[in-house]
Design a protein around this ligand. Structure first.
Ligand SMILES: Cc1cc2nc3c(=O)[nH]c(=O)nc-3n(C[C@H](O)[C@H](O)[C@H](O)COP(=O)(O)OP(=O)(O)OC[C@H]3O[C@@H](n4cnc5c(N)ncnc54)[C@H](O)[C@@H]3O)c2cc1C
Length: 326
């Protein structure tokens, strides 16, 4: 492992100053549960680690007039156990509970979760210089690709592994980003970028920016949410496919809804055609399967991951039917 320097800024401004000074050679650390695996495996070799944990005020969940503010350093366990989140955004609570193990949820943070790097075994192997690490090919395209993307791959077939990101996008979350130029806020759905835009990164953060908080709009009366995560085994695991849904149901008919998948694409993948096809319809499993058809036609499974198409049907169907049941 390469030696690196370590700093513990006491304010966001100090963290930003360190980031700017390091000119792309620093990494931000929150809980470190993902970052340290990368450093130990020499996938990432920073000159400087900026430990954000000493910055006060970034680890809370607050209700304000315009919505809910979730600080970037809020531990996933705190989000999972929060009574207001459980009541008004139950899908987010379920997504947080589904994540990893109690130890990892205690240490891992919301900001780290939505900025975590992909788990692709070629990317995580220091010997494999794939496109994401500056090489010229994606080894998954013709290699072992059971866990890889069925949508949006193209030049790199990673899947985005976060459990919180699809659910937060379905809930219309905004992300607040700080830089030496001030703060900007953008929909979390626009925070992620496909490999065709920048194969080296999964989001649009500049090298001198950090995530400060995530904001949720106030929950509208009658709106429900659900998160279904399908895994290879019962114990902790990443999603093979997950479905995050939010919507209103009255008289069995679906009102305005959002359906976002995890585990199927390099970014959380929104099913806009399915959402449109189901609007106003009385939900049933056969209706959902039919509505999914247009989005699923755009899937491009690789040799070993065609099974994910069936998992998408199962996850979306279970999530939407749970909304209908209330
Ligand atoms: C065994 C194991 C199982 C796991 N299972 C799951 C799972 O089921 N679901 C899941 O979603 N994840 C899982 N993870 C991944 C990870 O541990 C969690 O996502 C965790 O929430 C990451 O948070 P962290 O604070 O530890 O991030 P860190 O490791 O500190 O950071 C992760 C990345 O985000 C960047 N970062 C951190 N904070 C910020 C910020 N504020 N602004 C900008 N960039 C930032 C870091 O530079 C780093 O690249 C698992 C990890 C392990 C080791």
């Amino acid at each position: 492992m390469k030696n690196f320097e370590w700093t513990e800024p006491q304010t966001v401004e100090q963290a930003l100053a360190w980031l700017a000074k390091a000119n792309g050679k620093a990494v931000l650390m929150a809980g470190g549960t993902d970052l340290f695996t990368e450093i130990k495996e020499t996938v990432v070799e920073p000159d400087l680690v900026i430990d954000l944990k000493s910055i006060p005020g970034l680890a809370s969940i607050q209700k304000v007039e315009t919505g809910i503010r979730i600080g970037a350093l809020t531990p996933v366990a705190v989000l999972a156990a929060d009574a207001m989140i459980k009541r008004d955004y139950s899908g987010l609570s379920d997504a947080a509970w589904s994540l990893a193990t109690p130890q990892l949820r205690n240490v891992g943070t919301v900001g780290g979760n939505i900025c975590q790097r992909p788990r692709c075994w070629y990317y995580r192997d220091a010997q494999m210089v794939c496109r994401k690490k500056g090489g010229s090919q994606c080894f998954a395209a013709k290699g072992r690709n059971k866990y890889h993307a069925i949508f949006g791959g193209g030049i790199c077939h990673i899947v985005y592994p976060s459990d919180l990101a699809p659910m937060l996008i379905a809930l219309d979350a905004q992300v607040t980003v700080s830089s030496p130029r001030g703060e900007r806020s953008l929909p979390l759905g626009e925070f992620y970028a496909l490999p065709s835009k920048n194969v080296r990164r999964e989001n649009v953060l500049a090298t001198d920016e950090l995530v400060r908080e995530v904001k949720l709009p106030l929950a509208k009366k009658g709106t429900r949410s659900a998160y279904i995560k399908l895994k290879e085994r019962e114990t902790w695991d990443f999603a093979l496919v997950s479905a995050a849904v939010r919507g209103t149901v009255s008289g069995g008919g679906l009102g305005e809804a959002a359906i976002v998948l995890g585990g199927v694409a390099p970014i959380p993948w929104r099913l806009g055609k399915t959402e449109a096809a189901l609007k106003g319809k009385k939900l049933s499993e056969s209706m959902i399967k039919e509505a999914l058809r247009a989005d699923l036609q755009e899937a491009r499974p690789l040799e070993e991951n065609g099974y994910k198409l069936q998992l998408v049907e199962a996850a979306v169907s279970r999530a939407l039917m749970s909304l209908a049941r209330g």
